[in-house]
Design a protein around this ligand. Structure first.
Ligand code: CP
Ligand code: NVA
Length: 301
């Protein structure tokens, strides 16, 4: 049996994404009904996190507990990763003991190296290039609120960053239109843009992206590792804040998503993030359900 990893949404076929999301919705209901699971009974998930996290860490640790297993959190400061033990060696050692590796890292090639040397599934819990677990939860959230996603129009307003890249992959896999509005110089990766061109349009005009959108999505203007650019970015992203005026360009049934954490009053106003169109808390909760379904898929397929 070949080991399946989840480093990018592109590691799944469209029908696999759809079945993981259906299963996530089912598991959410089963949890509410008190159903317990033992897929990971007496087994361990190793969580190698080289960047901070609230949602990803808590959702994976909780998810592993719900599946009957135990998660071990490994920060660079209290493992040998911090003193430079090669990622390939870490992968081999963890594969001899654990059943699953979840990794968050600043450099996408590190999670690729981990997967290459691991004989157990490796899940990307965010890299500088993408955030596929967030994408599964966001897709689940759309399906729960609105149903089918094929053919809808999604506006990404803000930085052409890791989360944006995962939305681009979702657009080409599930066949919806994504319009990405960024300030000049903050466009998404060019190679990915070329690969997604049938479903992804770029603009520097946020109102053009939001116009008629069924869903408006944004994220922080300064991702982890870019903190020193924060004030420069705030100046360069002027006009890209998601506020009532921008949301009024979208369909009147449009939803608002943000992966969180948000800088309220910067990339999104408090009125919008706390308003009736916002589904950000469902996105956060669905990290738990979508990742449980993902872990089940990777461990049983
Ligand atoms: N959205 C998300 O991944 O949040 P954390 O950084 O808190 O894990
Ligand atoms: N783009 C953000 C997402 C955080 C979940 C970052 O990489 O910091």
């Amino acid at each position: 049996m070949t080991t399946r990893h989840f480093l990018s949404l592109m590691d799944l076929k469209p029908d696999e994404i759809r079945s993981i999301i259906s299963r996530a919705i089912e598991m959410k209901k089963e949890l509410a009904d008190g159903v317990t699971m033992d897929l990971l009974r007496h087994r361990t998930a190793a969580m190698v996190f080289e960047k901070s996290s609230t949602r990803t860490r808590v959702s994976f640790e909780t998810g592993v507990t719900h599946l009957g297993g135990n998660a071990i959190f490994l920060a660079p400061s209290d493992s040998h990763i911090g003193r430079g033990e090669p990622i390939e060696d870490t992968a081999r050692v963890l594969s001899r003991m654990a059943s699953l590796i979840i990794m968050r890292t600043g450099s996408h090639d590190r999670v690729e190296k981990m997967a290459k040397s691991a004989s157990i599934p490796v899940i990307n819990g965010l890299s500088d290039f993408n955030h596929p677990c967030q994408q599964l939860a966001d897709l689940q959230t759309w399906f729960e609120h609105r149903g089918e996603i094929k053919g809808i129009r999604v506006a990404w307003v803000g930085d052409g960053n890791n989360v944006c890249h995962s939305w681009m992959n979702a657009a080409r896999l599930l066949e919806f239109q994504l319009v990405v509005a960024t300030p000049p110089g903050y466009e998404p990766d060019q190679g990915l843009t070329r690969a997604c061109q049938e479903f992804v349009l770029l603009t520097n005009n946020p109102a053009e992206a939001a116009s008629g959108a069924d869903l408006v999505v944004t994220d922080t203007w300064a991702s982890m590792g870019q903190e020193q650019e924060k004030s420069q970015r705030e100046a360069n992203f002027a006009g890209f804040r998601v506020d009532e005026k921008l949301m009024s360009q979208a369909s009147n049934k449009a939803l608002f998503m943000h992966c969180l954490p948000a800088y309220r009053g910067v990339e999104v106003t408090t009125e919008i993030i706390d308003g009736p169109q916002s589904v950000v808390w469902d996105e956060a909760e669905n990290r738990l359900h979508a990742q449980k379904a993902l872990m089940e898929f990777l461990l049983t397929s």
